[in-house]
Design a protein. Structure first.
Length: 565
C-alpha cells in the first residue's frame, strides 16, 4: 500500500485535473519565471513550491526561465543567485534553463506576423501621450494618430527600429486591439520600446526590447508550458495573454492566478528591498533580517521548514497577510528534531565555586538531542570557574524569580547544585562576580540524599575551556505589521525597527562548538536556535546568528502592548 501522503487539493489542482480529464492537455508542464533584477524572497518560495511541486506530483516538467526583458535593471549576479536559491530549496530544472532573451529573435518574427495581419502598428506618441490617449477607467481612450498606418509602412518602420535608426523612446510597437475596452491593458498595449541598454546576456545586439506582456505568453508557448501560474495581480493581464496567443495561432497555455504571499513586519517588493540594500539600511540581499531566501538561509531557516510553511498556508484566491510567527513555528518544529543541543552564555557573569578544587576539571555527559536518541551524548567540561547568564542572577529578586540570588540554591544542568554565598561588585557598584559553593552529593544534577528540591536549572559554560564567539540577535525588520500601509505622507522606511539587530561580542560557548562549520544549526539551551553564519564564520572568528527563539515571543509582546501596530 502506498503510504505517500497525497498533496492537498486546491483550486489550481482542480483546474489541472479538469484539463487532464477533458483532454485539453495530456501532461503538466509549468515554469518558474523570475526577473533577474534582485534576489528571490519568501513570496517567490511559495511560487517555486507551487510550480515545481505540481510538476513533481503530476509527473510532469517545470522550467526555470529568467524573464529578462528589462536590461537596465537585470544582472547575471541576480540570475546566478536565483539558481542557487531554487537548488537550495530542493528543486531541479534539469536541462530546462531558459531565458526570455533566448527568444528575442522568435519574438521579433512573431511581432512581424502581427504587423502583417494588421493588428500591430508603429506609434510615434511619447510615453506621456500614450498615457493621455489611453483614457481612464470611466472614460474610453482615443486612437493614436498613427494607428492606421499601412502594413507596408509599419513593416518598414519596425525594421528600422530594429536596425537602430531612431532615438530611444521615439517610437513603439503597439498591438491594435480596442481603445474603448474596459480592461485598460487591452487599449493598444505596447509590445516593443527602443532602449539602447547593454543586456547582460545579449550585449548590444538589440536596441528594441519586448514588454513583459508580449514576451511572457509567447515564451510559455515556445517552451510547451501547459499551465502558466501567476500571482493575482496578473489576472487582469490574462485577456491580453490569450489575445496574443490566439492571434498567432500557436500552442496556448492556460494562465491561472493565485494569491501572492504577504508576510507581516516586512516588505516583499523587490523595488523596496533594493532601496534597503542600496541605502545601506541592511547589510545586503542576504542580511538575515531580509525576507529573501538567501537572508533566511543565512539566518538558519531550513528548506524543510519553508516547504512546510508553503504547505500550511496553501494556495488561495484572495490576498492576505500571513504572520511571521507561523513561519517561525515551522522553523522551530524542524530544528527541534534536527538541531543538536549545546550550552552557550551570551552575557557572561563569572561564578567562582569556592569549595571546588582549583586544578580539577571533570566531564559530564550531555544529551545532544532528546528528540533523537541516535544523536547520542557529548562530554562537557566543568571546573571551579564557570560562566552563567547575567540575567539568571538578581541581587534583590521579586517573589517569582526562581533563578540564582544571594542564599539561593539552583541546579547546574548536567553538573551540581550550587548556592550563592557572596556577591562581588566593582567600584561602580556593578556585580562582577558571584562566589558560590557546590554540593558534591548532587553530581550529574541529581537530587541530593536529603531530597531537597530547587526550582531552577540553569545552563552554564566552564570558563577555562570556553570559546569566544560573536552572536547576532535578530528582531523583525519593521515595527508595524504592514509597512506598505503606512499613512499617506509617511515614509515607509520610517517604520524600520532600530532594534532589529543586536550584536553580542563576548559570548562564551562550550568547547564542542569549536567543530562547528558554516550553516550548521544548533539549539543553545534556554536561548533559542542559532546558525553558524555562512559568510563570516571561520576558525578563530566564530559568528552565530539567532534563527528563532525557543518559544513564540509575539503573543507575550502583543498582550503586554509592546508591539507597535
Amino acid at each position: 500500500m502506498d503510504e505517500t501522503p497525497k498533496p492537498k487539493s486546491n483550486f489550481v489542482r482542480d483546474i489541472i485535473d479538469e484539463h487532464l480529464r477533458n483532454g485539453r492537455f495530456t501532461k503538466v508542464h509549468t515554469r518558474f519565471p523570475p526577473e533577474p533584477n534582485g534576489y528571490l524572497h519568501i513570496g517567490h518560495a511559495k511560487s517555486i513550491h507551487l510550480n515545481f511541486g505540481l510538476a513533481r506530483d503530476y509527473k510532469g516538467l517545470c522550467n526555470l526561465r529568467m524573464d529578462d526583458t528589462n536590461p537596465e535593471t537585470e544582472d547575471m549576479e541576480y540570475a546566478n543567485a536565483i539558481k542557487e536559491d531554487v537548488r537550495w530549496l530542493g528543486f531541479d530544472w534539469e536541462d530546462r534553463d531558459y531565458y526570455a532573451s533566448d527568444y528575442y529573435g522568435k519574438l521579433y518574427e512573431w511581432a512581424v506576423v502581427l504587423v502583417k495581419k494588421g493588428v500591430a502598428y508603429v506609434c510615434d506618441l511619447s510615453v506621456e501621450q500614450v498615457r493621455e490617449y489611453r483614457g481612464t477607467v470611466t472614460k474610453a481612450g482615443k486612437d493614436s494618430p498613427f494607428r492606421n498606418r499601412s502594413v507596408e509602412e509599419n513593416l518598414d518602420l519596425f525594421a528600422r527600429m530594429r536596425a537602430g535608426e531612431f532615438p530611444d523612446g521615439s517610437k513603439t510597437l503597439r498591438a491594435k486591439i480596442d481603445m474603448a475596452n474596459p480592461n485598460m491593458l487591452l487599449r493598444d498595449p505596447l509590445m516593443y520600446r527602443i532602449r539602447r541598454e547593454h543586456h547582460y546576456r545579449t550585449g548590444d545586439a538589440w536596441c528594441i526590447y519586448p514588454t513583459y506582456d508580449w514576451a511572457h505568453g509567447q515564451s510559455d508557448s515556445i517552451e510547451g508550458v501547459t499551465h502558466s501560474i501567476c500571482t493575482l495581480e496578473f489576472e487582469v493581464h490574462r485577456p491580453l495573454y490569450d489575445w496574443f496567443l490566439d492571434q498567432l495561432g500557436v500552442h496556448h497555455p492556460q494562465q491561472i492566478e493565485f494569491a501572492r504571499l504577504n508576510l507581516s513586519h516586512t516588505v516583499l517588493s523587490k523595488r523596496r528591498l533594493l532601496e534597503l540594500v542600496e541605502g545601506g539600511l541592511v547589510g545586503g540581499w542576504d542580511d538575515p533580517r531580509m525576507p529573501t531566501i538567501s537572508g533566511f538561509r543565512r539566518r538558519g531557516f531550513t528548506p524543510e521548514a519553508i516547504a512546510n510553511f508553503a504547505d500550511i498556508i496553501g494556495v488561495a484566491k484572495d490576498n492576505s497577510i500571513v504572520d511571521m510567527p507561523l513561519l517561525e513555528m515551522c522553523v522551530r518544529e524542524n530544528l527541534n528534531k534536527t538541531a543538536p543541543r549545546v550550552m552557550a552564555v551570551l552575557r557572561p557573569l563569572k561564578v567562582v565555586i569556592t569549595n571546588y578544587p582549583e586544578s580539577k576539571v571533570e566531564e559530564f555527559d550531555a544529551v545532544n538531542n532528546p528528540e533523537d536518541e541516535s544523536a547520542g551524548t557529548r562530554k562537557v567540561p566543568f571546573s571551579r570557574e564557570i560562566w552563567l547568564e547575567r540575567d539568571d542572577f538578581m541581587e534583590n529578586p521579586p517573589s517569582k524569580f526562581y533563578r540564582l540570588s544571594p542564599g539561593r540554591e539552583i541546579r547546574l544542568r548536567y553538573a551540581y547544585f550550587i548556592k550563592c554565598e557572596e556577591v562581588v561588585k566593582n567600584a561602580a557598584g556593578n556585580v562582577v562576580e558571584l562566589r558560590c559553593t557546590y554540593d558534591p552529593a548532587t553530581r550529574g544534577g541529581d537530587t541530593p540524599p536529603d531530597g531537597r528540591k530547587v526550582k531552577a536549572t540553569l545552563h552554564w559554560v566552564s570558563a577555562g575551556q570556553a570559546i569566544d564567539a560573536e552572536v547576532r540577535l535578530y528582531g523583525t525588520l519593521f515595527t508595524v505589521r504592514d509597512p506598505s500601509s503606512v499613512a499617506e505622507g509617511v515614509d515607509w522606511k520610517a517604520t524600520l525597527n532600530p532594534k532589529s539587530l543586536e550584536v553580542v561580542k563576548s559570548a562564551k560557548l562550550e568547547p564542542s562548538l569549536a567543530g562547528a562549520v558554516p550553516e550548521s544549526r544548533w539549539q543553545f539551551e534556554r536561548l533559542g536556535y542559532f546558525c553558524a553564519d555562512r559568510r563570516d564564520f571561520k576558525p578563530g572568528a566564530l559568528v552565530f546568528n539567532r534563527t528563532v527563539t525557543l518559544r513564540d515571543e509575539w503573543a507575550r509582546l502583543i498582550s503586554s502592548g509592546r508591539e507597535n501596530k
